[in-house]
Ligand binder design. Structure first.
Ligand code: GP9
Ligand code: MN
Length: 633
């Protein structure tokens, strides 16, 4: 009988193809990944390949067939274990494994209990490729198996692997721009760069932050603490405790910028309800309030609100530092008897929220699984804000009171699409479809907030709650400056761009009769102390960088994440100092005293986060735990 002559490197090729195909099949049968178009399907298919080419390709450096085969088999087994661990984890948590979960001991209870339920006998099939590879090695005789491999061949092989990687990354970048710099969602990462590359990326991100953490011993906190204490603002006696004991409802208004407030677009009022609210007798409205977010967008605004610290300059702190110790607003409220929760009808792993909310001590996260998404109820990013608010209020009626609920809206999100019946005003008429549609989605948001207020009243929650709302970050980027200039009727200079970082901020205290338009220059970093003081909770020991906007000591000085800043009279942007009133460039000396302060504030905030310094701090007593920390090192 004539035996078939298997070509050189058959076993290597078989190992790659087996794991590749198995991974692709597992994507479909074991993970609930929403694939929306052919391109996404193609990327999904392609994405395990580059990693497999590299990892199995290492076998080309082995000299003997035996060693090579052993390496291939071990690699195949390890990859099978990794993939299977994700499958089992996903069954229970609907999420992929990220390094911190393996180190968060609090998870182990859950993990242990769930492991048994997440494993089935049929799961041995996840290892079928390893078995096949083993059989292949035993029975296939590979003719002319190579001895030492020529460097040129190896080189060509790895060039090919790199080409596949770049093709993969290129396709992902077109499908999901900034995926790696912003790293917004584990599911998207796996969908685009593949499960194995994702783990490498995860290890890279986590170890980077781990190194800085390991170097910190707490002594850094002395200086940080001095800075924080010297900038502290005493609460205003009139406002302190104004809403004591009330429920706190904080609404993140997706992409809402102040430039649409109290304005018209081609004769159409954009935000009729919010306009009315801004001059309501129970509302404090802040027209000179700025967002301070970076690449982490919505999650950065959440970070600011919860911690009164700046997000990071690169990457999303929700991803990079979810293992840190924080003294969040949720934790403070929890200690004061509040039931704390976040409501957001999106995938829970988006922005790593599921992990971060643990670190922030949020009692419950109502993610997309807590919402019913009927046909026609979703648009662009998911559940529309109107049904989202409706169902959120239903959840609130079932909560213990007082509660702190943070609601994150979604409809007014790029690319600002809306179904026809939700378009209450026509589009704008510039050369930017994005800006044109933005007015419509902002108008929809206004309507949804109006209904939220009505619903809260109807369900009897209104009187006993305060409703706080803030725009999370810009919606219209600088790519649309021409269209924006057309709408505003002025050129978009760096000064105007900085002013466009204004987002609306409302504090509505039903029945207070204290409402006013507060012109004070302030920012998202101030939300935490402001709200805690309103609820009658002291923050004099808290490690936060913002200040209560109602305090006499509150300084009109807002630092943006990229170092730009705004004061009462000046705006510093594009390396130029502008006079606020005229928008004209002025003497650099006017901004000079603040430039250093801005860097200092950002620097201290970064130090706290990168060094995980709050683990050395007892927020209850205000004591620095430096000695203990050194002992435990
Ligand atoms: C995602 C939502 C939007 O869940 O919060 O995030 P963004 O892109 O605005 O940061
Ligand atoms: Mn957002």
């Amino acid at each position: 009988m004539k035996t078939f002559n298997w070509p050189k490197h058959s076993i290597l090729a078989i190992a790659i193809v087996l794991t590749w195909i198995k991974t692709y099949v597992v994507y479909h049968i074991s993970f609930d990944m929403k694939i929306e178009n052919v391109m996404q399907q193609l990327i999904l298919f392609l994405n395990p390949l580059s990693f497999l080419l590299f990892i199995y390709g290492v076998s080309l450096f082995f000299k003997s067939v035996k060693a090579r085969n052993r390496y291939l088999l071990i690699t195949s087994s390890v990859l099978a274990v990794i993939l299977y661990a994700n499958v089992a984890f996903y069954r229970f948590f609907s999420d992929f494994i990220t390094l911190p979960v393996l180190f968060q001991t609090s998870n182990f209870g859950d993990l242990g209990a769930s492991a048994a339920e997440s494993i089935f006998v049929t799961d041995v099939l996840y290892f079928a490729d390893v078995v096949i590879l083993f059989i292949v090695m035993k029975f296939i005789v590979v003719e002319k198996e190579f001895g030492v491999i020529k460097p040129a061949i190896r080189k060509a092989y790895f060039v090919l692997a790199a080409a596949v990687l770049f093709l993969n990354l290129g396709l992902s970048e077109t499908e999901r721009p900034q995926l790696l710099t912003r790293s917004f969602d584990r599911e998207l990462l796996v969908k685009n760069i593949g499960t194995y590359n994702y783990h490498i990326y995860d290890i890279y991100i986590q170890s980077k932050s781990h190194a800085q953490r390991a170097l910190a011993d707490g002594s850094e906190l002395v200086e940080v603490n001095n800075f924080v204490r010297s900038n502290q603002a005493e609460p205003d006696v009139e406002v302190f405790g104004l809403a004591e004991g009330k429920n706190l409802i904080v609404v993140s208004l997706e992409s809402l910028q102040t430039f649409v407030m109290n304005e018209e677009m081609n004769g159409q009022v954009v935000t009729p309800f919010l306009n009315e609210l801004s001059s309501d007798k129970d509302t404090f409205y802040f027209p000179n309030f700025y967002h301070q977010t970076g690449l982490g967008k919505t999650s950065d605004s959440e970070f600011l609100v919860e911690n009164g610290l700046y997000p990071l300059g690169g990457g999303a702190v929700f991803f990079t530092h979810s293992g840190n110790t924080y003294n969040s607003m949720a934790e403070r409220l929890g200690d004061n008897g509040y039931f704390t929760n976040v409501m957001h009808a999106n995938n829970k792993s988006f922005w790593n929220r599921d992990m971060m909310y643990n670190a922030l001590n949020v009692d419950k996260f109502y993610d997309v699984d807590s919402y019913t998404v009927e046909d026609g109820d979703a648009v662009n990013w998911g559940l529309k804000d109107i049904p989202f608010f409706e169902q959120s209020v239903d959840h609130m009626t079932e909560m213990p009171q007082p509660f702190y609920s943070r609601l994150i809206t979604l409809t007014n999100h790029y690319p600002f699409h809306l179904d026809e019946p939700d378009q209450f005003i026509p589009e704008y008429d510039s050369n930017s479809g994005t800006l044109n549609r933005y007015f419509q989605t902002a108008r929809y948001m206004d309507e949804s907030v109006k209904l939220l207020f009505e619903d809260l009243k109807e369900k009897g929650l209104y009187e006993n709650s305060i409703i706080v709302m803030y725009g999370d970050h810009y919606g219209i980027s600088e790519n649309h400056n021409d269209a924006m200039a057309q709408y505003l009727g002025k050129e978009i200079t760096p000064f105007e761009s900085a002013q466009l970082q204004r987002v609306p901020f409302f504090i509505h205290v039903p029945g207070s009769d204290k409402g006013q338009v507060v012109e004070e220059v302030s920012g998202q970093i101030d939300i935490r102390p402001t709200l805690l003081h309103l609820l009658g909770i002291e923050t004099s020991k808290d490690m936060q960088l913002g200040a209560d906007v109602f305090s006499e000591d509150h300084e009109e000085f807002v630092v943006f994440r990229d170092g730009r800043f705004v004061t009462k009279d000046f705006v510093y942007a594009g390396n130029t100092c502008y006079e606020k009133e005229t928008g004209l460039a002025t003497d650099a000396a006017s901004c000079a005293p603040y430039t250093e302060r801005a860097a200092e504030e950002l620097g201290y905030s970064d130090q706290i986060i990168n060094g995980d310094l709050l683990r050395f701090y007892d927020v209850k007593t205000g004591n620095l735990l430096i000695d203990e920390a050194n002992q435990s090192k």
